[in-house]
Design a protein around this ligand. Sequence first.
Ligand code: NAP
Length: 249
Amino acid sequence: MLILGGTREARELAHIATGERGFEIVSSLAGRVRAPLLPEGAVRIGGFGGAEGLRDWVAANGIEAVIDATHPFAVAISANAAVALHDSGVPLVHLRRPSWSAQAGDRWVRVPDLAAAARVVSTLGERVFLTIGRQGVNAFAEPAGQWFLIRAIDPPEGPLPPNCEMLLARGPFAVADESRLLAEYRIDVLVTKDSGGDQTDAKLTAARAAGIPVVVIERPPLPEGAVTVETVAQVWDWLRVARGGIRSR
Ligand code: NAP
């Protein structure tokens, strides 16, 4: 199996696949993060060279199933996988953790993309906590008078907002720490992708408690006709059906 990774679910899959399930797997990482959390088992790092490169790699390495366990906002690799494996005879499933949903007391403003987030944030607050990772920060670089606290694992490249401070950190984060951060930096609006999952949702709880608005960037759509599951456990069910049971060692 090839696991397209870069997420906690991908690491969990690799752990179970190499352990109790006894599959031969290769996990693939893009190589964006300088010191990535490595999954168990074989790992390759770096792009494949588009859909064609991925198709060739899958064929050359005798891959029998592909699990796209990439982040919900990693659009290109998911699209490449769909194109590469179409009509290839190698089954593909997209593992997507469920979206976050608003709870009572939340003040969420849902927007379709980064550009819309940058537009709307200027109407919502003066001191912005930007938690969208290092990619996409450039969308907020145009001076609009606000101050930004930018949190990412590695520093973003390209233009940054003129008034900002970087906070390099990797989740998971605790609610108490997120609340402390909001208070310490006098944050009055939070920006996030709808990443889903419990690794980075503490900021949403903290924002709810503090009564501050949250700009939630909606997920891009998956490729048309994509087969999806929401949990690691469902991947095994899919595998059984997809291949009549991929053989394990
Ligand atoms: P992307 O825009 O979908 O992909 C851009 C290019 O990076 C792809 O065309 C592919 O290059 C390469 N690539 C991406 N994921 C890869 C993987 N797992 N293995 C090998 N090559 C990969 O991806 P992205 O948004 O930059 O995300 C990159 C990685 O970071 C993903 O693995 C994702 O799971 C993880 N991540 C992303 C986010 C996010 O917010 N986007 C957040 C957390 C983690 P080629 O065309 O050359 O094959």
